[in-house]
Ligand binder design. Structure first.
Ligand code: FES
Length: 571
């Protein structure tokens, strides 16, 4: 293959004043002159931050990547971008996903970078980095930070999904405040992201399923020395990718997206997968729709016995053969010929894998649950669709009619959820409005509303819940999310009132509000615009331009890409 001139040579290969400026200010970092002579420059895009605890070990990973880049004859340069820590950022990390993607896109394009390694872990750090890189489209390889080791508390293994159980137990007085606090350090006891199949692990699986990482990215624990080896090998490989001109768009084919959806179903991945994959597809101009998630999930059972859909933890998946072994179980379904960053197909990468523990990785004939993936429901309450994760739901509630108990916004929910006069029973359907992309703004992870104490005291642990928001990937329940259009733009969700009958039939994919046309018209005429519009700063930009959930909630002007060409070159 004829070698193209390196993109970075337009900086470091120049003569005269320009070349002097580009090199001289780099040399003050102690870089020898031969590093500027025709070596591929590998950007290492790092979301390290002490404010993102899940990514706090990333400087070590970057060091390992650099070793690999140097070994392969490249020139590594690490750079920071805004980091999104799910646990600390308010009002929600999702509000800033698109902002980070702009930071990543512009940082790559504006600098002398021939290829980029993306270091991501905590939920939104993965889609935001990939979205930004897609809009530039140079050779790109992704490394996830790896999951935490499972926690231990009072003789039991625990992980993030137990947070919801501890919360319920605490409300019911089954554990003391001291025991609740004691569990904190027992759960998060090592570096890494959440140890269950929450959104971060789902994203790490997505990366591997799309072919954007070397095999085993999804499950090597953060604390395992092999995560560093993996990073070093990735550093070696990205240099070869420059020589092969293996750009993102060559890997992110239609087959890669379909593989990601099928594999997400088999692992019981987070519903957040839907919104992030749609946004990534939008950046690479791939025609992917919300209905593709339902279509390609159908018939795929749950093969990974990992919480919250199953019982175990991400490290167990690794010890049992990892994602390659699970994908091999799906060999008759997935597109085995989809190319990956190592230049081999996904089928080749899985060919020699073995399953070591059938309690963790099932077979297509003997899965852990028959129904998995994502169900997309539509109807007069969600004309553009809403999503539901059947593997985390209660099966008898998948077909259910009940009276709505409506909360106008999250503050209303907090104010009234434990009001003794709240009219709610085991058949009620909880409805939460104004937590969507524009309405919150940022589409908060509040859709799996904790049930009122008086319902929990009856021993009831699940009710149908409906909102235009999202749910943590670690959460569970019969929770209908991402209702589109959202209430804040006048979607039908805005019209629901206490006592209305709502009918869900997940099997026939319907979600209906049972009110007559005259009443519907009366309520539509009475609807008023959300008063929470912001008039300055990023919130204004976001609320003005964010798209609805069924399109991926990207900003409308960020769709597609602008390539790697710098707009003006005045030096
Ligand atoms: Fe970072 Fe769960 S909080 S992955």
């Amino acid at each position: 293959m004829e070698q193209q001139p390196l993109r970075s040579s337009n900086w470091f290969g120049r003569t005269g004043k320009d070349g002097f400026v580009y090199r001289a200010w780099m040399k003050n970092q102690g870089i020898p002159p031969d590093m500027f002579e025709g070596k591929p420059v590998i950007g290492i895009c790092n979301t390290w931050s002490e404010l993102t605890p899940c990514n706090a070990h990333f400087r070590d990973l970057a060091t390992a990547v650099k070793k690999g880049v140097l070994e392969a004859g490249g020139f590594p340069l690490e750079f920071p971008v805004m980091s999104l820590g799910e646990t600390l950022i308010k009002p929600t990390a999702m509000l800033y996903r698109n902002l980070v993607s702009m930071d990543v896109e512009e940082s790559i394009r504006a600098n002398p970078i021939d290829a980029v390694v993306l270091l991501c872990g905590c939920d939104k750090t993965t889609p935001s980095l990939i979205m930004g890189a897609c809009s530039v489209d140079i050779p790109t390889l992704v490394i996830s930070g790896g999951p935490m080791l499972k926690g231990h508390w009072r003789g039991k293994d625990i992980g993030t999904s137990d947070l919801w159980r501890f919360d319920t137990a605490s409300q019911l007085g089954q554990i003391t405040p001291e025991e609740f606090v004691d569990a904190e350090a027992c759960m998060a006891r090592t570096q890494g992201h959440c140890a269950v199949m929450g959104t971060a692990s789902t994203m790490a699986v997505m990366v591997e399923a799309l072919g954007l990482s070397l095999p085993d990215n999804a499950s090597i624990p953060a604390a395992d020395a092999r995560r560093k080896v993996f990073s070093q090998l990735s550093g070696r490989r990205i240099v070869e990718m420059v020589r092969e001109d293996l750009t993102l768009s060559k890997i992110l084919t239609r087959k890669a997206f379909e593989n990601a959806i099928m594999i997400n179903a088999a692992i019981g991945g987070s519903t957040n997968f839907v919104i992030h994959l749609l946004a990534i597809a939008g950046r690479i101009s791939m025609n992917l729709s919300i209905d593709d998630f339902d279509k390609y999930s159908q018939g795929i059972p749950l093969l990974a016995n990992i919480q919250p859909s199953g019982e175990n933890y991400m490290e167990d998946l690794y010890y049992s053969g990892g994602l390659p072994a699970l994908i091999k179980e799906m060999a008759t379904i997935v597109h085995n010929d989809a190319i990956t960053v190592n230049g081999k197909t996904i089928g080749d990468n899985c060919a020699d894998s073995k399953v070591y523990d059938r309690k963790i990785i099932g077979t297509m004939d003997k899965p852990f649950k028959l129904e998995s993936g994502v169900i997309v429901v539509r109807g007069n309450l969600a004309p553009n669709g809403a999503v539901l994760k059947p593997s985390a739901a209660t099966s008898h509630l998948l077909k259910h009619s009940g009276k709505a108990v409506v909360f106008e916004n999250i503050e209303d929910y907090h104010a009234r959820i434990n009001d003794p006069d709240l009219e709610i029973d085991k058949d009620s359907i909880m409805v939460l409005k104004n937590v969507g992309p524009k309405g919150y703004p940022g589409m908060a992870e509040v859709g799996n509303m904790t049930l009122p104490k008086k319902i929990l005291e009856l021993g009831i642990t699940d009710l149908v819940r409906i909102s235009d928001g999202r749910m943590s990937g670690t959460g569970f329940g019969t929770v209908i999310l991402h209702v589109s259009p959202e209430a804040a733009v006048g979607g039908p969700l805005a019209l629901v009132q206490n006592g209305d009958i709502i009918s869900l039939d997940a099997h026939s994919r319907t979600l209906e509000l049972e009110i007559g046309p005259e009443e519907w018209a009366r309520r539509t005429a009475a609807w008023k615009q959300n008063e929470r519009m912001h008039d300055r700063g990023y919130l204004h930009l976001y609320q003005t331009h964010v798209e609805q959930a069924h399109l991926g909630a990207d900003l409308d002007f960020l769709k597609g890409g602008s390539g790697s060409r710098v707009a003006r070159d005045s030096h």
